[in-house]
Design a protein around this ligand. Structure first.
Ligand SMILES: C[S@@+](CC[C@H](N)C(=O)[O-])C[C@H]1O[C@@H](n2cnc3c(N)ncnc32)[C@H](O)[C@@H]1O
Length: 275
C-alpha cells in the first residue's frame, strides 16, 4: 500500500510540475487531439530527465551494433540520444500519437532518422525479440507484466534498463541511485534449467548434470559415479555459465562455457540436453 501510494504521488507530482512546462507550445508541440480520440495510457507521460537518460545509456553501454527498443518512448529522447552518441539503431513505440509526432520531429532535428524509427503501437504488442537493449520508464505493474516476455523473447546477454522501477523478485544486476531516482539494469540470462550430459575431454569424465535456475541464479549437482556432487560457485551471466566441481586428485575443475541452441560449449567440454 505504502509503495503504491509512493508511486501515485511520484507520478502525480511529476505530472503537475512537468506537463504544464511541456504544454507551453514551441516548435515541436504536437497538434492537439480531441479528448475522445486519446488512447488509454497504461503509464502517464513523464519524460526521463536528460541526466538520467545519460546514466541509463552508460549502464546499457550501447554500440553501433546494438538495437535499442524503448517501450513507451514519449518524445523519443532515449533512442535518439543512443543514435546520436553511439550510432545505435533503435525503435520507439508509444500508444499516444502526439508522442510519435514529437519523437519523429526530434529525430529529424537530431539528424538520426536513418537510425531510429517510431511507431504508434501498444507496447504489449511490440515484437521485442530483436532488441539487444530494452529501455523502460513504465510502472512496476507494467514491468512485472512484461517480465516473462523479456526473459523468453530477448536473447541471452541483452540488457534491460529501467528508470525508477524494478522487476519484482528478478534482482537487478546493477542498481544506481541518483538523488531520489533509481536506475536498474539486468542482463537477460540464458535458460539452462534441466538435465544435461556433460562430456569432459580434458579429464575423460562424462556425467549427468542437473541445473536449477531462478533468473540469473543457478545451482545444481553432478551425478559422478553414483554420487550427487553439488556445483560450487555456479553463475550465469547472459549466455555465459561457470561452475566448479572437485577433480579426481582433490583439485578443482572449473567449467566455463557458452550456452547456445541445445548445447553448452566450453574449452575441453560440452554439455547436451538429456531427454
Ligand atoms: C513515463 S513515459 C516515458 C517516456 C520515455 N520512455 C522517457 O523515458 O522519457 C511513458 C510513456 O508510455 C506511453 N504509454 C503508456 N501506455 C502505453 C502503451 N500501452 N503502449 C505504448 N505506450 C504507452 C505513454 O504515452 C508515455 O509516453
Amino acid at each position: 500500500m505504502k509503495r503504491r501510494a509512493h508511486l501515485l504521488t511520484s507520478f502525480a507530482l511529476l505530472l503537475v510540475t512537468v506537463l504544464p512546462v511541456l504544454n507551453t507550445g514551441g516548435a515541436s508541440a504536437a497538434p492537439p487531439i480531441a479528448q475522445s480520440d486519446r488512447p488509454k495510457l497504461d503509464v502517464p507521460y513523464v519524460p526521463t530527465p536528460r541526466h538520467i537518460v545519460d546514466k541509463m545509456l552508460e549502464l546499457a553501454a550501447p554500440t553501433a551494433d546494438d538495437y535499442l527498443i524503448d517501450l513507451g518512448c514519449g518524445d523519443g529522447r532515449i533512442p535518439i540520444t543512443a543514435a546520436q552518441r553511439f550510432g545505435t539503431r533503435g525503435l520507439g513505440v508509444d500508444i499516444d500519437p502526439r508522442r510519435i509526432v514529437e519523437a519523429r520531429q526530434n529525430a529529424d532535428e537530431a539528424g538520426v532518422t536513418d537510425k531510429v524509427e517510431f511507431r504508434q503501437e501498444d507496447l504489449f504488442q511490440t515484437d521485442i525479440s530483436q532488441a539487444t537493449i530494452l529501455t523502460l520508464y513504465l510502472l512496476p505493474s507494467v514491468n512485472i507484466k512484461l517480465r516473462p516476455r523479456i526473459l523468453k523473447e530477448l536473447r541471452p546477454g541483452a540488457r534491460v534498463v529501467s528508470h525508477d522501477w524494478d522487476m519484482g523478485d528478478w534482482r537487478a544486476d546493477q542498481e544506481v541511485k541518483l538523488g531520489n531516482k533509481k536506475i536498474f539494469m539486468w542482463v537477460v540470462p540464458a535458460s539452462v534449467e534441466g538435465r544435461w550430459q556433460l562430456s569432459d575431454s580434458e579429464t575423460g569424465r562424462s556425467f549427468a548434470l542437473t541445473l536449477k535456475q531462478r533468473y540469473q541464479d543457478v545451482e545444481g549437482e553432478a551425478d559422478i559415479d553414483g554420487q550427487q556432487v553439488p556445483l560450487q560457485n555456479a553463475r550465469i551471466q547472459g549466455d555465459r555459465i561457470s561452475f566448479e566441481l572437485p577433480g579426481e586428485n582433490g583439485d578443482v575443475r572449473r567449467y566455463e562455457g557458452r550456452v547456445a541452441e541445445q548445447v553448452i560449449e566450453g574449452e575441453g567440454w560440452q554439455a547436451k540436453p538429456l531427454t
